[in-house]
Design a protein around this ligand. Sequence first.
Ligand code: UT7
Length: 323
Amino acid sequence: MTRRAVVKGVGHYLPDRVVPNAEFEASLDTTSEWIVSRSGIERRHFAAEGETTSDLATHAANAALADAGLTGDDIDAIVLATSTADMTFPSAATMVQANIGNTKGFAFDVQAVCAGFVFALTNANALIVSGQADRVLVIGAETFSRIMDWTDRSTCVLFGDGAGALVLESATGNGDTTDRGVLSTDLNSDGRFRDILYVDGGVATQSTGVLKMEGKEVFRHAVEKLAQTADTALDKIGLGADDVDWVVPHQANIRIIKSTAKKLGVGMDRVVVTVQDHGNTSAASIPLALSVGKANGQLKEGDLVVTEAIGGGLAWGAVVLRW
Ligand code: UT7
């Protein structure tokens, strides 16, 4: 008998304000056509003034709890992936903890930028498998609109705000790949590449800073590393592309998504794509896509799902789970 972390509920939240590409044409030397052709993004959501990452995360958490038929105090741990926490400290996770009325659990943030949700899910799985928690809320939430340089057309048109959440619950499996729940994980980082994607502020500068990215370089690493980490995660449990029902990738760029699917040998009819509607929401993109994928009937109980992501650090990884 093997302890497994099984998805019990999923939910998401997007701020009300939808910003179509055309809105950037007034202030920047860009076109909607360029943005769509280079990234696949058509629109994104931006948080309202005063709306914070923990607000978005709380909405998503409540939606996932409702989907699971649980309340805040049924949760043992909250793991929140974000690079845009409301404050330097305390963690956004503890703010969510208070907002959902949880007093018996513990909460912390995980920071691995766009790969954050894969890192958070891996940590949440470890908490359950090791017996330290029975129910874990795993959230990805971001307000990247707060760290944009609005004069930099090569970055500010790409990102959006949002949040997604999963409730994981312990269950007993057989120990083979027919089990529901998290089956395999693969995490990586390489700090030598810190300068190709970073925010030029923080505690050291006593300022929030803005996002800086060498897009072409990040693109090159993404195309190479995403298929590799997904393959490694599948290999660890003796599965291959033919076993995969759905790839749910980090949503940064449709060209990266397509190229990774091709390398993996998975057709685009088995890939959940939301980048056109959300833009790049960093750590929120995978749980958002999982929630949308379930809501529109793509993900069904028993499906084998592969998630993969890469972001600043560089940090990258993949999780294989049976929905
Ligand atoms: O989530 C974390 C991971 N992040 C990513 O995965 C992002 C990875 N990178 C990318 O998705 C792509 O590299 C971008 C979408 C950022 C850029 O696409 P690209 O095909 O690599 O374009 P580029 O950076 O090579 O730029 C091509 C041209 C440049 O002009 P020149 O130098 O050829 O004259 C840019 O200045 O496009 C220009 N450009 C724009 N033109 C119109 C850059 N941004 C814009 C823009 N509108 N918004």
